[in-house]
Design a protein around this ligand. Structure first.
Ligand SMILES: Cc1cc2nc3c(=O)[nH]c(=O)nc-3n(C[C@H](O)[C@H](O)[C@H](O)COP(=O)(O)OP(=O)(O)OC[C@H]3O[C@@H](n4cnc5c(N)ncnc54)[C@H](O)[C@@H]3O)c2cc1C
Length: 631
């Protein structure tokens, strides 16, 4: 298994040719408006005095977008100027019905009844005039283009999100999931004291329906390899559409569970968690948080690892060559190096024996794993070729170590000259700040661009229940306030890194519907002198939700994206069902949106604008921006 995993990594991370990294970064810096942090180097170049003065003027001018935006997000006329009256009425009615609890509680039954009672054609018409029309952009790429184009002319770009889900009952979902996570390979390691890890990274029938209580995210179940190839094709089509419809200003969203059998993600996650725990246990014994060569050698010696072998381990791990191993070095344990195969055997501190970390894979499982890596690679290569950025969604914590790790491997490979691959960090996790700090450090040390989407996290209740039932520590922050504090800490860390590193090295999306979080970000951008025109920080919301935030940001000149779901009516019903539930739980937010919608409708009717037609600005806020770049 160890050899197979490593071979897979080798396959996955073949080095790319040189992308003229340095040259392109210099060109980028010349194009962009220089911020204060680049002042010294700008001033040092031999430019005519008046040009330097121009640069200073730009630097000291307040960010026009910040001056323009009304951060109360209370200006209904401005917020909805891109919408027709019928769109406002639809939004109002849909959000209003999401507030009616029985309608939401029984939405699945009602949808099924509606489908039966109205018949396919009428039902589709009804859905397009209501829920589907509000939250989904169309059945395919051609249908979504008009919405994507109109939104873009108001400064709101698109992240295409193919939202078709298998429509399974709970029991069916559990059956499918248990098949997909079972490994028929031999258990390679002895039962040891790490039962919590084993529990955490194994499929459990009670939690087999991964759709339970999920906010905002769609769920893929594994049926077979052919279905994963179909999903791959949808992602590729999405990249094509982004590149065609948005002239490469967009993203395509990808979920790794759509691309293969999730059992591999579980196994790799378990390996990573064990490896990390091993390091932490060892390092904590030495007080400094770092391992000295002599200590590590002594430790390995007690496991009868030969001298030559011991030194090889240390040389591979001590990447900085400073005679110490820190967590960042350790993070590279699964580095693409066949010589490391032995490291996938970790000494068991209790039994005193070397143990393989994971189950052995059968030939079929190995093939499935390779297929998944191949599909990921195809998407990333295609995204790079088309200059479309690929946003990898975060999922449940039992998949997340693997998803995070694979994402970093892709960044290492594809983000040499700009951020093409974006990872997602869930700030409801206690470990969120540690994780992003480590990944930022890795990208800095290995000189690749870092792309991140920051979210609070979609699987709160599921995660808490699973941890409590299976007996491992709850990975989620203890309260909503703690999650918000974590979000702000993570965002501040990223902004600090943006300031410290060469401009353009880091790009981040603040994906949240929370107005306070958006205000916090705008304020911090001012503080860190990150201008809207830098295009280093962008915002993300879902189509049909919190338009007052997205459009106010876009129209002011900030970089903002909508996740734009698409798919045929009948196949996105599970997604629509969740939209209804989420809007019902976000009572305060939905209430404000309804108030603004009502206010704007009344204003238009009072001024006799019964047939209001939006007139997009002659020059979109996007086109008005200079130096369009990564965010
Ligand atoms: C563009 C976009 C992309 C997204 N992509 C992903 C993704 O890839 N992966 C993913 O997991 N989610 C994703 N989400 C969903 C996101 O994680 C949130 O579930 C959703 O956006 C609600 O959070 P908020 O900040 O918008 O709103 P808020 O209402 O301010 O926050 C609600 C969130 O706070 C957290 N929370 C609530 N109560 C508690 C509590 N008692 N203790 C601790 N935390 C609590 C939960 O995360 C909850 O979802 C995405 C959302 C958007 C808008």
């Amino acid at each position: 298994m160890a050899r197979r995993l490593l071979t897979a990594f080798k396959f996955h991370s073949k080095t790319l040719n040189d992308f003229h990294h340095f040259g392109s970064r210099c060109a980028y810096q010349n194009l962009s408006i220089c911020s204060k942090r680049n002042k010294a180097s700008t001033a040092a170049t031999a430019q005519p005095i008046n040009e330097q003065e121009d640069v200073k003027d730009l630097e000291t001018t307040p960010d026009p977008a910040f001056a323009r935006i009304d951060t109360s997000f209370d200006d209904a006329q401005e917020a909805f100027k891109s919408k027709t009256n019928s769109e406002l009425i639809r939004a109002y009615l849909v959000l209003q019905s999401c507030a009616v609890k029985p309608l939401v509680d029984y939405n699945k039954q009602l949808l099924a009844f509606g489908r039966k009672f109205l018949g396919k054609t009428l039902f589709e018409k009804f859905m397009k005039g209501t829920f589907y029309g509000q939250f989904v952009a169309g059945k395919d790429i051609d249908e979504i283009k008009p919405i994507a184009e109109r939104n873009k002319s108001y400064g709101v770009k698109s992240i295409l999100d193919y939202s078709v889900e298998m429509d399974l009952s709970r029991e069916q979902a559990k059956d499918v999931e248990m098949d997909a996570v079972a490994s028929v390979g031999d258990k390679g390691y002895a039962a040891n004291d790490e039962a919590d890890l084993a529990n955490r990274f194994q499929g459990h029938r009670d939690f087999g329906d991964r759709r339970d209580n999920v906010m905002s995210a769609r769920t893929y179940f594994y049926k077979d390899e052919a279905m994963c190839d179909e999903n791959l094709q949808h992602f590729i089509n999405g990249i094509d559409a982004v590149s065609g419809a948005t002239n490469a200003t967009g993203f395509a969203a990808v979920k790794l569970t759509a691309l293969g059998r999730p059992q591999f993600l579980l196994q790799l996650s378990e390996v990573l968690a064990r490896v990390r725990r091993y390091y932490e246990t060892l390092a904590s014994g030495y007080g400094t948080g770092k391992l000295q060569m002599a200590d590590f050698e002594r430790h390995l010696k007690s496991f009868k690892v030969g001298k030559e072998e011991r030194q090889k381990w240390f040389t591979i791990l001590d990447i900085t060559g400073d005679g110490e191993i820190d967590l960042l070095d350790w993070h590279n344990l699964l580095e693409i190096n066949l010589g490391l195969a032995k490291l996938l055997q970790i000494p068991n501190l209790k039994t005193g024996k070397l143990e393989p970390l994971v189950d052995a894979l059968t030939d079929k499982e190995e093939e499935q794993m390779m297929n998944m890596l191949r599909r990921m690679d195809t998407i990333a290569t295609y995204g790079k070729q088309k200059d479309v950025r690929v946003m990898i969604d975060a999922e449940q914590t039992y998949f997340q170590p693997a998803i995070n790790r694979l994402c970093m491997e892709m960044m290492r490979k594809y983000n040499k000259d700009k951020a093409i691959i974006f990872n997602t960090y869930q700030c409801y996790l206690k470990d969120a700040h540690n994780m992003i700090t480590l990944d930022l450090a890795l990208s800095k040390r290995e000189n690749f661009h870092f792309g991140a989407k920051l979210v609070r996290g979609a699987y709160l209740e599921q995660e808490r229940d699973r941890a409590a039932t299976l007996g491992y520590e709850d990975p989620i922050n203890p309260s909503y306030e703690a999650t918000t504090a974590m979000y702000e800490k993570v965002l501040t860390e990223v902004m600090q890194s943006i300031q410290e590193r060469p401009k353009g090295d880091i790009a981040v999306m603040v994906a949240s519907h929370n107005e306070d979080t958006v205000r916090f970000t705008l304020q911090k951008m001012q503080e860190y002198n990150i201008r809207s025109t830098d295009r280093l920080i962008c915002f993300g919301q879902l189509l049909g939700m919190c338009d007052q935030v997205s459009f106010m940001l876009g129209q002011a000149g900030y970089s903002v994206y909508k996740y734009v779901p698409y798919g045929p009516v009948e196949e996105v019903l599970p997604y629509l069902s969740r939209r209804a539930t989420e809007n019902n739980t976000m009572l305060a937010k939905a209430k404000k949106e309804r108030r603004l919608l009502r206010q704007e409708l009344l204003r238009r009717f009072a001024s006799l604008k019964f047939f209001y037609r939006p007139t997009p600005p002659a020059v979109s806020p996007l086109d008005a921006m200079q130096g369009k770049t990564s965010a």
